[in-house]
Design a protein around this ligand. Structure first.
Ligand code: SF4
Length: 570
């Protein structure tokens, strides 16, 4: 029988709770958002003691379903002031599921920097003075030495300890790399609770027992076969998400020079193809790497230097766009160094990339100056004001420096897709409960859907609405987004997901399951945001996207406000 583990950091107490019927069929984002919505006052200080952190494995986490080990981290965001779910790959979701935890709810604030250890027996609390101010990689090494190679580790870097609003939470992989729940300042919430790290040891846990194992085995095998049949997977396997650099640049939607251009003359030097050539020559480097057990896609990568020492793992498209082209930095190895610095400090590379580009626009540092950008990021270790400004994200940096063109929605920086070209994605940026976030519903052109025109000024709301529901459901199942993309092009694969969920939950789910799950998650999140004071006026892109044409294609974001409002009618 699954349990909810509730931990109070103020009293250093914990208890196991029965899973109430309202939560029993949920997991991942659906579960974390439901708990946050029910237990966190919508108007509370996100960095105060009334906020909570919810760790929720997906509905399918811990099973043999491919790519099903995403960990949802739910809270109220100090960056956006909205509800927030930020999810990460790595080993921890499956470990928590194997321990029999439906969710872990962390509340209160510790009086000093704290390390928690979670096992089948519960929680121990230890002082974390020796870890304080240490970067995520040193923390990982120290905790592995103390607790062994098989534990999972969740940690924050100095940025989270300083409660900077673009700080992330690191989640370890089985082979001791780090993945990040990057968005919305979730690391700052952990820092506000004086919680430096959590060690998870699943030894002796009850494991995951699906209600119908035979049905699950059959559906999981069919899903894996179907996903692998999609041509996109070959590209992701070989080049990872950086495969998108050339593709998005060729559509004119690659954020460049603080979203003032949609193409970058040095895009080739940031591309997945170029990165793969470098990786092929480096010892210990990997063009293809799995961030979790059961991944059949292997979209991650590991870049090393000539000696074989780690430079960065993993380099993703969104980082290449925001810290690369958007800052006019046209060298993939330069971006990798910036990326690794952000990882160690525990920062969202997208919001930090947006912030640095805004600082470049303000003339604080020159365009394309990698060393100046790196110095700015690393100055956070010393608590310098300029570094902390960057660590608080693009909105804070723009307001501090008096920059008018700030590419944020609900104070969160846009991702690597210019909404003037990809207008369905623009609708998602504007209306998602999370603030600007491509993972909530990225409406990319697809050869399998030639009728969809991402540049049309009408008809984008239904596309965004459908995708927002779809990906809310995928996040609730604990599935990696990349395993879910083929299902959009091969609709018959959706039944395999429904069969997997049916087999785990022990009930026959109907063909509307995915849509209904996603819709209910979005409604729960929108309700929280309404109670927090958000209105339709917050569901808008920054004005410059509607007025300032991209130079290459003259595109502006011209989806009407009426159409934006139709995504979530009152
Ligand atoms: S496809 Fe990539 S992000 Fe998804 S589970 Fe595999 S390695 Fe992780």
């Amino acid at each position: 029988m699954k349990k909810i583990l509730r931990i109070n950091l103020s009293t250093q107490a914990f208890n196991f709770e029965e899973v109430s019927p309202q939560y029993s069929q949920l997991g991942g984002r659906g579960l974390s958002s439901s708990i946050v919505s029910a237990e966190v006052p919508a108007k509370c200080d996100a960095l105060g003691e009334n906020n909570k952190i919810v760790l929720a494995p997906g509905i399918l986490s811990g099973t043999n379903v491919i790519c099903s080990g995403r960990l949802s981290i739910g809270t109220k965001s100090p960056l956006t002031d909205t509800i927030k779910e930020s999810n990460a790959g790595g080993a921890v979701a499956a470990q928590l599921a194997r321990l029999g935890f439906h969710a872990v709810i962390i509340e209160g604030c510790a009086s000093e920097s704290t390390l928690m250890a979670i096992t089948k027996d519960g929680v121990t609390f230890n002082q974390a003075a020796s870890l304080q101010t240490k970067g995520n990689y040193e923390c990982l090494e120290i905790l592995r030495k103390e607790h062994g190679d098989d534990v999972g580790i969740i940690s924050i870097g100095p940025a989270g300890e300083m409660q900077l609003k673009a700080s992330a939470i690191a989640v370890s992989t089985r082979d001791h790399h780090l993945r990040f729940a990057a968005r919305g300042g979730v690391g700052a919430v952990m820092g506000s609770k004086n919680l430096k790290a959590i060690v998870i040891n699943d030894a002796g846990g009850p494991g995951v027992t699906p209600a119908n194992k035979a049905q699950l085995d059959e559906a999981a095998a069919a899903l894996a076969k179907g996903v692998l049949s999609h041509p996109l997977i070959g590209g992701l396997k070989g080049l990872g998400t950086p495969v998108l650099v050339n593709m998005i640049n060729s559509t004119g939607a690659l954020p460049t020079k603080n979203f003032s251009q949609g193409t970058f003359e040095s895009a080739e030097k940031l591309s997945g193809e170029h990165l793969a050539e470098i990786i092929a020559k480096r010892p210990n480097a990997k063009a293809s790497h799995a961030c979790m057990k059961g991944c059949v896609i292997h979209c991650s990568n590991v870049l090393t230097d000539e000696k074989g020492d780690l430079v960065c793992a993993s380099i993703e498209y969104e980082t290449l766009a925001l810290l690369g082209s958007n800052c006019m930095i046209g060298d993939v190895e330069d971006v990798a160094r910036l990326n690794h610095a952000c990882n160690d400090l525990g920062l969202d590379t997208m919001d930090v990339g947006g912030a640095i580009a805004v600082a470049m626009e303000a003339g604080k540092i020159p365009w394309g100056d990698t060393e100046a950008a790196l110095a700015l990021i690393n100055s956070i270790y010393d608590g310098q004001t300029a570094g902390k400004m960057i660590g608080n994200g693009a909105q804070f940096t723009g307001e501090t420096l008096g920059v008018k063109r700030i590419p944020t929605v609900k104070k969160q920086c846009l991702s690597g897709y210019d909404p003037r070209v990809l207008k369905g994605t623009g609708v998602t940026y504007a209306t998602s409960p999370m603030g600007a976030d491509h993972t909530c519903g990225n409406a990319l052109p697809s050869p399998a859907n030639p009728d969809y025109n991402p540049g049309a000024s009408t008809g984008q709301a239904p596309v965004s609405k459908f995708l927002q529901g779809y990906f809310a459901a995928i996040d609730s199942l604990g599935l990696c987004l990349f395993a879910s993309l083929p299902i959009l092009d091969i609709p018959e694969l959706k039944q395999h997901i429904i069969d997997c969920a049916s087999a785990v939950l022990g009930q026959e789910l109907d063909e509307q399951y995915v849509e209904q799950l996603g819709e209910s998650v979005n409604q729960t999140e929108r309700k929280f945001n309404t109670e927090a004071g958000f209105t339709k006026d917050d569901d808008r892109l920054p004005e410059f996207f509607t007025k300032e044409p991209l130079p290459d294609n003259n595109a502006i974001f011209d989806v009407s406000e009426e159409e934006l409002d139709s995504v979530y009618p009152a």
